[in-house]
Design a protein around this ligand. Structure first.
Ligand code: ADP
Length: 559
């Protein structure tokens, strides 16, 4: 009943959202209220109306039907049961119309209420329209047949317009209701789809939350202005280590450079770099104060929207303290061992040189000394490589250098040392190239690329060296037709101690340090080194160096 009242007080609840019982009462109320109005009008102006038994029975029946609407638990009965009320409504209306006679005319128009109800219910449309028509017809015709009055064409057609008007109203209501119901169906369908989407997105959010917070890696997502949009618990723990809390700005965190003491400038900090759209991997930070300082490796990736426009970035932080400590220990070990090896090796090489220059050596001894000398040279190269690697970034003194001449000399030396004389060496370097570089270090790079190209070439293979100026840089490439590498192997080719399985299986001498050193040297010059290779077809190693400027050229000529 509360619902009915709240609806009557124009509460904004939708009619179809009410319970079936409330809807039945609401549908019956207009008729009942109109009957109350007729009674009131009759009491005021036509008291003789209440002398008619038919009228009084009609009113009583109408009251009974309203009571039935209120008392019957319609929600628990079969859905269409309520239609019995509008069908029964025709009886009290007929009785009241007959009773009112000529005292109050137009009572028959009350049939409009059950007709509208039947048509608007949307149930059994044709049957409902027919029932409405027949109901209205019986209101008009039954009195003609049950009273003593003569049944003739005049008495039958006197009020015949009423059922037809009711039929027309019923059809109109039916059409409007059908269209409204179709619209409502569409709206409800959209509502259901929206609900499903909402639930799905809530589920995804929970999943993301769980995954993000169970990671052992700190994670932060920032929008394109650098404002954090997501951060996980691990990141909060890391921030606490660097003297920060939830809202501490990144520039206020205690983050240091490799020496663990120099404060990292704000512009080089990872979230700032990511907010500027930079993408990086394995970027190391020394995090927090000593003791207990940690080393974090950070990486950033871009977030893009459907149109491919940058929407922000994600930065990850992983603790690599133990790994860095292990690598440092390995480098220290390598440095110590190489130092210890270098001293006796220097003595061995010195004495060997003395011995090999001794006159009138027995040819057998001379050839033995030759083998010892070759192997001590290999050992020496290995020790030098180990020391270079352990010492960290190489020291370089870049000066304008005649690059074409440098390449020519290194190719000639490689030709002399050629361990694989069946390999042909071609130098296609453009003349007059001047690069800004440290000639001994770049010579080391060239030696390494050339010796590799020869080592990994089959007999009869060809090694070609090319150098030219490209896009304001000196570009030099060493091409071979040798074993080549698989795409997987290619990924690790510049890593320390990397060797392909083909090199190991063929027992080709080497420890996998030459390319790592070459890369460090080229990058120290501000240059780049890359490799393209296809298994069984050969490889091309290309490095680029800055070109020397004109004033530097003059300096070169003056030397
Ligand atoms: P190494 O002393 O073993 O040659 P490098 O660092 O120079 O060390 O090379 C690393 C590895 O890369 C080699 O062991 C070899 O497996 C592979 N490699 C280098 N250059 C070539 C090449 N030109 N052709 C095929 N494989 C190569």
């Amino acid at each position: 009943m509360d619902k009915v009242l709240s609806y009557l007080t124009l509460n904004t609840r939708q009619f179809h959202e009410l319970s079936l019982r409330a809807r039945v009462i609401l549908s019956q109320l207009p008729l009942s209220l109109t009957v109350v109005l007729i009674i009131a009008g009759g009491a005021l102006f036509h008291p003789d109306l209440f002398e008619s038994r038919s009228f009084l029975i009609g009113v009583a029946l109408q009251a009974v039907l309203l009571a039935v609407c209120v008392l019957v638990p319609w929600d628990r009965l079969p859905h269409a049961s309520f239609l019995v009320i509008p069908l029964l409504d025709f009886i009290p209306i007929g009785l009241m119309r007959y009773g009112a006679g000529t005292v109050i005319t137009g009572v028959g128009l009350l049939t409009v209420f059950p007709v509208i109800w039947l048509a608007a219910s949307g149930l059994f449309p044709r049957a409902a329209l027919t029932a409405g028509f027949l109901g209205a017809l019986s209101v008009v015709w039954v009195p003609v047949f049950v009273t003593d009055a003569e049944v003739n064409s005049s008495s039958l057609t006197q009020s015949i317009l009423l059922p037809f008007i009711m039929l027309a109203i019923g059809v109109t209501i039916r059409v409007m209701t059908a269209s409204m119901m179709a619209q409502q169906e569409v709206v409800e369908e959209k509502d259901r789809a929206l609900q499903v989407l909402l639930e799905d997105s809530a589920r995804r959010e929970r999943l993301l939350d769980t995954v993000v917070n169970s990671l052992d890696v700190g994670l932060i997502a920032v929008d394109e202005t650098g404002r954090p949009v997501l951060a996980n618990r691990k990141l909060e723990a890391f921030r606490a280590l660097a003297g920060g809390s939830g809202d501490t700005a990144e520039e206020d965190l205690h983050i240091y450079l490799q020496d663990g003491e120099t404060v990292m400038p704000a512009v080089r900090r990872p979230t700032r770099r990511a907010a500027e759209g930079q993408v990086f991997s394995d970027y190391l930070l020394w995090w927090g104060e000593q003791p207990g300082q940690r080393v974090l490796s950070t990486s950033s990736r871009l977030m893009t929207n459907q149109a491919g426009t940058r929407e922000g970035s994600v930065v990850t932080f992983s603790d690599v303290t133990e790994l860095v400590a292990a690598l440092n220990a390995k480098d220290e070990f390598m440095a110590t061992v190489s130092h210890e090896l270098r001293t006796p090796l220097t003595a061995i090489r010195g004495y060997l040189e003395l011995l090999t220059t001794t006159p009138d050596l027995d040819p057998e001894v001379a050839s033995g000394l030759e083998v010892v000398s070759r192997n001590s040279e290999r050992l020496h190269k290995l020790v030098v490589d180990l020391l270079t690697t352990a010492e960290g970034p190489p020291e370089i003194v870049p000066v304008p250098t005649d690059f074409s001449d440098l390449v020519g000399r290194r190719v000639a030396t490689a030709q002399e040392r050629n361990s694989n004389p069946l390999v042909r060496l071609d130098d296609l370097t453009a003349p007059g190239l001047v690069a800004l570089c440290d000639s001994s270090r770049i010579g080391q790079v060239l030696d390494n690329l050339l010796s590799n190209a020869i080592k990994y070439s089959p007999a009869g293979g060809r090694v070609t060296v090319r150098a030219a100026e490209v896009d304001g840089e000196v570009e030099c490439s060493v091409t071979d037709e040798g074993t080549g590498m698989s795409p997987e192997e290619l990924k690790g080719v510049f890593s320390k101690f990397f060797r392909t399985s083909a090199a190991r299986n063929a027992a080709i001498p080497g420890v996998g340090l030459g390319l790592a050193i070459s890369k460090a040297i080229v990058e120290r010059h501000g240059g780049t080194i890359t490799c393209r290779s296809a298994e069984g077809q050969g490889s091309i190693f290309t490095f680029r160096l800055p070109v020397a400027h004109i004033d530097q050229d003059r300096q070169l000529q003056a030397r």
